[in-house]
Design a protein around this ligand. Structure first.
Ligand code: GLY
Length: 349
């Protein structure tokens, strides 16, 4: 078993262990004395893993109820959240009880937001079952729901009490969802760790599974350092957004349908690198992403994507922060006006 201790305002452990879901009750009993919880999951993940989790909770005397919502980003809204609050209420959850997020990023974000706000805050445990959720969204305490005006526009910072990553759960992911997570893994290599990038670049979508535990561990450890330095996203944490400015624009341009988040980030990293990094860095990045069947560009012209960037949360008044990796393994935060950013991205002087 590998444990990573995240020393944020409320420290917690990330347990990384194949088969950990079978022992979830044991790990959870070590961080809370409560014997009541609600499992929050979607219909697909629930069918696969809720029984295993439930058995382990029962074994440790933890009584639970399960709230299931339809899989997908379309569920991450105020209506599902409202049903979730009603469920927590009707099960009689008290301030000392907790919720468990069992699933991908949508589940973790929503369950975390419910936990951060229900009764002014109760504990929650993350059990991420996608690669993207394991290496990114389950760690660091960002929670949110979407509004019609955009993604993740309402949220709170709420650190989990525990994160349990069981890489066996990655075996049931479709290749597309697995490679979605690989985009974020490549990002970690680009922003902080050349040798992680090389490890990923020397494998492909099939062979990476042989070293996936190491990849998960190293990505989470990079995230740990960044989040410990800047828990509330006022500075260094922005480097985690490498590729996200254009990536979000691509996702929005395609109405969040044709592109997964990871696919948007992959293409987004390439757009930025082609402008701001050397040809060598840009070529290495593109070839690595190709091995994971991730896009390196988009059909839309950059001028069609740029208007979405000004709506991004990374925009502050008329300025925009964006991340550049001039070399693999090192990220810089750049700030300029939106107008200048557009000029630079369009290749104008
Ligand atoms: N997913 C980016 C962050 O946690 O800051």
């Amino acid at each position: 078993m590998q444990n990573i201790r995240v020393n944020t305002s409320k420290p917690y452990d990330v347990v990384i262990q194949r088969g950990a879901l079978n022992d979830a009750g044991k790990y959870i009993s070590e961080v809370t004395s409560s014997k009541r919880c609600v499992i929050i999951t979607d219909d697909i993940v629930g069918r696969l893993y809720a029984d295993t989790l439930g058995r382990s909770l029962t074994e440790y005397g933890i009584e639970y109820s399960t709230f299931v919502f339809p899989n997908g980003e379309a569920s991450k809204n105020i209506h599902t959240l409202s049903d979730m609050y009603d469920h927590l209420c009707s099960f009689g959850l008290t301030r000392t009880d907790f919720v468990i997020a069992l699933g991908g990023g949508v589940t973790g974000d929503m369950a975390g937001f419910a936990a951060g706000t229900f009764l002014r805050g109760i504990q929650y445990i993350q059990i991420p079952t996608t690669l993207l959720a394991q290496i990114d969204s389950s760690v660091g305490g960002k929670t949110a729901i979407d509004l019609t005006g955009g993604k993740n526009l309402v949220g709170v910072f709420k650190q989990p009490a525990l994160v349990i990553c069981d890489s066996d759960t990655l075996d049931t992911l479709t290749p597309e969802i697995f490679s979605d997570g690989m985009a974020e893994a490549v990002k970690y290599g680009m922003i902080r760790d050349n040798s992680l990038f090389e490890l990923i670049a020397s494998h492909d979508l099939d062979s990476i599974k042989e070293v996936i535990d190491e990849v998960v561990y190293r990505c989470i450890d990079i995230k740990r350092v960044v989040v410990e330095n800047d828990e509330f996203d006022n500075g260094e944490r922005m480097i985690l957004n490498f590729g996200h400015t254009i990536g979000h624009a691509i996702e929005a341009h395609h109405n969040y349908t044709n592109y997964t988040h990871g696919q948007g980030v992959a293409a987004g990293m390439c757009y930025i690198s082609r402008r701001f990094a050397s040809e060598d860095v840009s070529n290495k990045l593109e070839s690595c992403l190709n091995s994971y069947k991730l896009p390196i560009t988009d059909d839309a012209d950059i001028s069609e994507l740029l208007p979405y960037c000004s709506k991004d949360k990374k925009c502050q008044s008329e300025n925009i922060n964006f991340i550049v990796c001039e070399e693999i393994g090192s990220a810089q935060i750049r700030k300029c006006t939106m107008e200048e950013f557009c000029r630079l991205m369009e290749g104008k002087q």
